[in-house]
Design a protein around this ligand. Structure first.
Ligand SMILES: Cc1cc2nc3c(=O)[nH]c(=O)nc-3n(C[C@H](O)[C@H](O)[C@H](O)COP(=O)(O)OP(=O)(O)OC[C@H]3O[C@@H](n4cnc5c(N)ncnc54)[C@H](O)[C@@H]3O)c2cc1C
Length: 440
């Protein structure tokens, strides 16, 4: 073991594993309520990786409460429509979203990497330049009576230990902390679907701020803009995802968000998907890079808390991205933990209260998304019509779709009336009392 260093336990900060969407939101939340925190991030230097993600109004509200509303508006496109389109190109369902639907907060489509950089900038400004320690990969933890000792591999080949009052693990899909907490958990679960993702400048489609899902359960094309139109060209950065279900016989070959592939891997399957309003081939071929990701999740676990250690974000409940709520829920998790700190102090009681509120509904949502989430409607339409019809009312009743959609939004925590009428998760003036970082 080289370079062993141990932080002092006195006044130990909350240690956050992972500087992704959940971890950085957690750090900003700690700062808001007066709790010291440090983020340990495995990559040597954060880069704006990924392509588009959606932030639902419940998560946007939390970012507004963190004072990030203006910056968010500058990187995001306010989504105004969500549409399901059958394989034949006709609408199955289109509904307004965000403020267009009556929410008090917008829904945004953003570039994941730009969101991560925005959060990172805010953390550095508010908590100071040492608040995010990059090149620090968390590899394990040890619960002591008064503190938690976090074991870290550093990029220079060293090993160090960091002592915290708590360890909040936001280290994503392959969470090392979750692996230690649940050593017998099965590997990521894969049902045979593969996503290919990219972003390409292209002309506005539909409203110019629509999220469009075309196809069937086994083959889909998802599309939404993640930038405003360029004033010179009129083009927007169009995020797209091509999805295919393949034979699982060969097994899962890794699940890395950064694997780049050639478009020939999947584009021929979309050769006859031609629509007057969307040119799939030119969008795909125009992308500077295409990333492959198998659609994986993890079986829910029976606890997220082990002593002074707790999971959040994808580390707690990674789910299929069929309802656009992985990043949103990561943000909400951090805010709920912050609210529990205010209520119970920074200690194990707060972690248990968070777990008690969210473990059950999020585990149900993971399984629900495995069962296709809101995309299930496209499955019904495909079964009844092969995706080609003149009038959608001959295929499925609007009431049936409405029931399906409302029940999904309620399960995912963004039912409009509930959200609009609920108080802030953390009141603006809320602070954790003095002495919080003593043993609670
Ligand atoms: C590089 C990357 C690209 C992505 N691209 C997309 C995309 O295009 N579309 C999409 O829908 N979702 C994408 N995601 C996933 C999406 O960000 C998450 O599903 C969601 O935002 C939940 O966020 P999270 O903070 O829980 O997890 P993540 O956003 O995955 O963040 C986890 C963070 O923890 C760090 N980390 C991992 N292991 C350790 C460790 N042992 N010690 C310390 N730090 C660790 C990671 O480097 C990362 O910064 C991507 C994730 C990553 C990491």
């Amino acid at each position: 073991m080289t370079g062993l260093a141990t932080d002092s336990a006195a006044g130990a900060p909350v240690v956050i594993a992972g500087g992704g969407i959940a971890g950085l939101t957690m750090a900003l939340t700690c700062h808001q309520i007066g709790v010291s925190a440090v983020v340990l991030e495995s990559v040597r230097s954060l880069a704006p990786l990924g392509v588009g993600i959606n932030l639902q109004p419940n998560a946007v509200r939390e970012l507004f409460d963190l004072g990030l509303g203006d910056e968010l508006a500058s990187i995001g496109v306010e989504t105004s429509e969500w549409a399901l389109v059958a394989r034949g190109g006709r609408d199955v369902w289109a509904e307004p979203r965000g403020r267009a639907a009556g929410y008090r907060w917008p829904q945004y489509s953003v570039h994941r990497g730009q969101l991560q950089m925005l959060l990172h900038r805010a953390v550095v400004e508010r908590l100071g330049p040492d608040a995010v320690r990059s090149g620090h990969r968390v590899v394990g933890y040890r619960n002591d009576r008064d503190a938690v000792v976090v074991r870290v591999d550093t990029r220079d080949g060293g090993v160090t230990e960091v002592t915290g009052s708590l360890l909040l693990a936001a280290d994503g899909l392959h969470s090392a902390v979750r692996n230690q907490m649940h050593p017998d958990q099965p590997p990521p679960q894969w049902g045979g679907q593969i996503l290919w993702r990219g972003a390409t400048p292209g002309p506005p489609v539909r409203t110019g701020s629509s999220f469009t899902l075309i196809g069937t359960l086994d083959q889909r094309f998802v599309h939404y803009p993640i930038s405003s139109p360029d004033p010179n060209t009129g083009l927007q950065l169009q995020n797209w995802i091509a999805e295919l279900t393949v034979d699982t016989g060969a097994g899962l070959a890794g699940s890395d968000w950064n694997k780049q592939v050639d478009t020939n891997t999947f584009l021929p399957a979309f050769d006859d998907w031609t629509f007057e309003w969307l040119d799939i081939r030119s969008l795909v071929e125009g992308a500077p890079a295409v990333w492959e990701f198998p659609m994986v999740d993890r079986d829910p676990v029976d606890r997220w808390v082990d002593g002074r250690v707790c999971l959040l974000g994808d580390a707690a409940h990674v789910m299929y991205p069929v309802g656009s709520n992985g990043a949103s829920q990561a943000i909400v998790d951090a805010r709920v933990i912050g609210a529990k700190f205010v209520e119970h102090g920074v200690g194990v009681d707060a972690l248990r209260a968070y777990e008690s509120d969210l473990l059950e509904p999020m585990s149900a949502l993971v399984l629900r998304n495995r069962g296709h989430g809101p995309i299930g409607i496209l499955g019904l339409v495909d079964e009844r019509s092969d995706g080609f019809f003149d009038d959608i009312d001959d295929v499925i009743e609007r009431d049936e779709i409405e029931r399906y959609m409302s029940s999904y939004k309620a399960a995912a925590g963004f039912a409009m009336e509930t959200l609009n009428s609920s108080p802030s998760t953390i009141a603006a003036a809320a602070r954790v009392g003095r002495g919080y970082d003593q043993v609670v």
